[in-house]
Structure formats: structure tokens, C-alpha cells
Design a protein around this ligand. Structure first.
Ligand SMILES: O=P(O)(O)OC[C@H]1O[C@](O)(CO)[C@@H](O)[C@@H]1O
Length: 242
């Protein structure tokens, strides 16, 4: 595990963008796993700047997002489809057919999960998976549980997750109760993982995830088993690491 700490958000975003752009430049048909939430917004802004400077093209890149809400219309401003369009996809030359996000409005959600896993397999596994961290240690929407699920599945969102994400909606009642998420097995199969964590409110959970026991109660702790994990933290998030 390689942990890097930054004293400014700008430097952290630049470092994360460099790693992602570097993968695209060195891997001919790179497959990226992408995340949503507040954390990656500045990283996507930096990637778009790099794209506009002509440093990178996404024409032969394939992307798979970690998750999507269930029963939230795709064009709802807070769907992860809308998020990805607003922050990344509408600004770069990534062909639409190469962008993948689970469909939380599919008539048969179980079948949609199976289809999503099959698409990832067909793409030849994920070269680089970008991850944020939930306050309860979730990665993607893999919430703390007695057992974690390997592949894409339907998940009941934890109250803590709905509370954290209520800031994006008019009220907590509007936050969906379910989501589709890539499983921890798929995440751990990525060749490289880039975990980005920002803010003092995540200092305790990142310490538990990286330096505590490996437990399904803190899904991110399973990342300790990954052979190629890079962790980028701001100094507030990293403030409690031993
Ligand atoms: O970056 P944020 O907004 O704190 O979110 C952290 C994590 O929570 C999620 O948004 C899901 O709640 C993940 O996609 C993200 O990695």
C-alpha cells in the first residue's frame, strides 16, 4: 500500500488526475472504474483540463461506474448518470458506447446486475479503480454487513449513507433507499486501486480502514489485501493515521 498525503486539495486532485491520465497514456485500451460523490469532483475537473490541453484522449477508454440509485430517473439531477455527464462525460471524447453505469431503472434489477458483471468481464477487467470512502467505511455502495457480496447487486442503503447524501437532495426523504453497486469482489479484482479520501470527518474511518482489522463491518478494510493500492489523502483525512 502506498499512502500519499497532501496539504492542498489542488495538489491532491492533480496527483489523482495524473495517475488516471497516466494509466490511459500507458495502457492501450484502458478500462477505468469510476466513482461519484463529492470527493472526485475536483479530480474530474483536473482531468477535463488535461483533456483540453491535449494531454489525453478517451477514444479507446472504457469506463464502469461503481453504482447508481434504484428508481431514480436517469435524468434526475442527482442520478449518477447525470453526475457523470455533468462532471466528466459531456466534456471529453469518450464514446457513449464505452461508458457503463448500472441501470437502476431496469425492469429486472437482478438481470441488470448479471448483465453489468458480464460487461465488465467482457471488457477484460478493470485496470484502475477510483474509489471514495463512505463515513461508515463503504466502498461503492457496499455497506457494512456480516458478509459482503462479490458481484454487482441490489443494496439497501444504510441510514448513515442516506443522511450523508441528503445534502444533494431537497430532503432525506428524497434520497433513494436502494442502489445497485459493483461488489467488493469486482473492486478487489481491479489491477490497481486509487482510494481518495478528503476531510477531517473521515479521519477515524480511514484509520480503521487502513490500520484496523480487516472486517466486513468496514468494507474498505478489505482493500488492505490488495497488492496495488494507492491512497491519496488530504492532511485532514490523514490526521489520525499512526
Ligand atoms: O465523496 P463523498 O461524497 O464523501 O462520498 C463517499 C462515497 O459515497 C458514495 O458517494 C456513495 O454514497 C460513494 O460513491 C463515494 O465513494
Amino acid at each position: 500500500m502506498n499512502i500519499l498525503m497532501f496539504d492542498s486539495d489542488e495538489k491532491l486532485n492533480e496527483a489523482a488526475a495524473n495517475i488516471i491520465v497516466g494509466q490511459i497514456q500507458t495502457i492501450p485500451r484502458a478500462v477505468l472504474g469510476l466513482a461519484t460523490g463529492g470527493t472526485p469532483v475536483g479530480i474530474y475537473e483536473q482531468i477535463v483540463r488535461d483533456y483540453r490541453r491535449g494531454m489525453v484522449s478517451f477514444r479507446s477508454v472504457t469506463t464502469f461506474n461503481l453504482d447508481e440509485y434504484v428508481n431514480l430517473p436517469i435524468d434526475h439531477p442527482e442520478s449518477y448518470h447525470s453526475y457523470m455527464n455533468a462532471h466528466l462525460f459531456s466534456h471529453i471524447d469518450l464514446p457513449e458506447a464505452q461508458r457503463h453505469i448500472p441501470n437502476g431503472n431496469a425492469a429486472n434489477l437482478t438481470e441488470e446486475c448479471r448483465r453489468y458483471d458480464e460487461a465488465i468481464e467482457l471488457a477484460g477487467q478493470i485496470d484502475l479503480q477510483l474509489l471514495g470512502l463512505g463515513h461508515n467505511g463503504h466502498i461503492g455502495f457496499n455497506e457494512p454487513a456480516h458478509a459482503l457480496i462479490k458481484g454487482t447487486h441490489i443494496v439497501e442503503l444504510a441510514e448513515k449513507t442516506r443522511e450523508a447524501n441528503a445534502r444533494f437532495f431537497d430532503s432525506i426523504d428524497d434520497v433513494p433507499k436502494q442502489a445497485l453497486t459493483m461488489g467488493v469482489g469486482t473492486i478487489l479484482k481491479a489491477k490497481k486501486i486509487l482510494l481518495v479520501v478528503k476531510g477531517a470527518d473521515k479521519a477515524d474511518i480511514i484509520r480503521e480502514a487502513l490500520q484496523g482489522s480487516i472486517t466486513t463491518d468496514v468494507p474498505a478494510s478489505l482493500l488492505q489485501t490488495h497488492p496495488n493500492l494507492i491512497v491519496l489523502l488530504d492532511s485532514a483525512a490523514g490526521g489520525k493515521l499512526a
